[in-house]
Design a protein around this ligand. Structure first.
Ligand code: SAM
Length: 217
């Protein structure tokens, strides 16, 4: 598999992609399911919401989001992995409210519609910083006025202040872009693209954050 960004940790090989949910369950000692349910609950999804899931993976998160939607709610998932696409389509077989588009999110995208909520979960930290701006611009462009961008990812923290075991695991598992991601002020960065009215929820000993940035009405 040829990577777009060779040092990225979010462009997963076919084996990892096929087994991604299993790895998350095992790696979190079964904790992930409860965690992600709590996160999605914080997004306050409404029945008629339209949601764009950037780097949607297997559809696990979108599935939880869809449980809050009524007949008029919609989800669009974007990803580039054929293995993720297959799992996503399988997850939503027969659900006409949900569609998948095989598209890169790190280059300018135009889907020709806008959404109430844009969600990105554990993807943006894995890009070089200059590329993250394209992702943020894509999110902003595809939000309705008054809509919200939700980033679920690592929080801002000092890796050197982590307990030794956590630091060891984080350094082993994560790519170099993640080390850069945790050092940046994401509210300030998002402000520069027009987002405001921030809200955040911290999880996993404050190493993970759901950050909401609003697009003014
Ligand atoms: C760590 S996984 C997270 C998947 C999902 N968001 C979740 O939280 O379960 C990263 C995902 O980003 C996708 N991805 C990586 N680079 C991408 C790109 N340039 N454009 C679109 N998707 C990308 C991968 O295929 C993978 O599904």
């Amino acid at each position: 598999m040829k990577k777009i960004y060779p040092d990225s940790g979010v462009e997963l090989n076919p084996f990892v992609s096929k087994n991604y949910d299993k790895f998350m369950n095992i790696g979190s000692f079964g904790f992930y399911n409860g965690f992600i349910k709590k996160v999605i609950a914080q997004m306050k999804i409404e029945e008629d919401d339209t949601v764009l899931d950037l780097g949607c993976g297997t559809g696990r998160n979108s599935k939880l989001i869809s449980s809050y939607l009524g007949d008029n709610g919609r989800i669009t998932g974007l990803d580039i992995s054929p293995e993720m696409e297959e799992q996503f389509l399988n997850t939503f077989k027969g659900d006409t409210r949900v569609k998948f588009i095989n598209k890169r999110i790190d280059v300018p995208v135009d889907l020709g519609e806008t959404y109430d909520k844009v969600f990105i979960s554990f993807v943006i930290h894995g890009f070089p910083h200059e590329v993250r701006s394209e992702v943020i611009k894509n999110a902003y462009k595809h939000l309705k006025p008054g809509g919200a961008f939700y980033i679920l990812d690592f929080a801002e923290f000092d890796m050197d202040a982590m307990p030794a075991l956590y630091r060891f695991v984080f350094k082993k598992v994560e790519c170099k872009y993640a080390f850069d991601y945790i050092e940046r002020d994401w509210k300030e960065i998002l402000s520069g693209y027009g987002f405001g009215d921030f809200e955040e929820h911290l999880y996993m000993k404050k190493y993970v954050r759901l950050l909401k940035g609003g697009k003014g009405a």
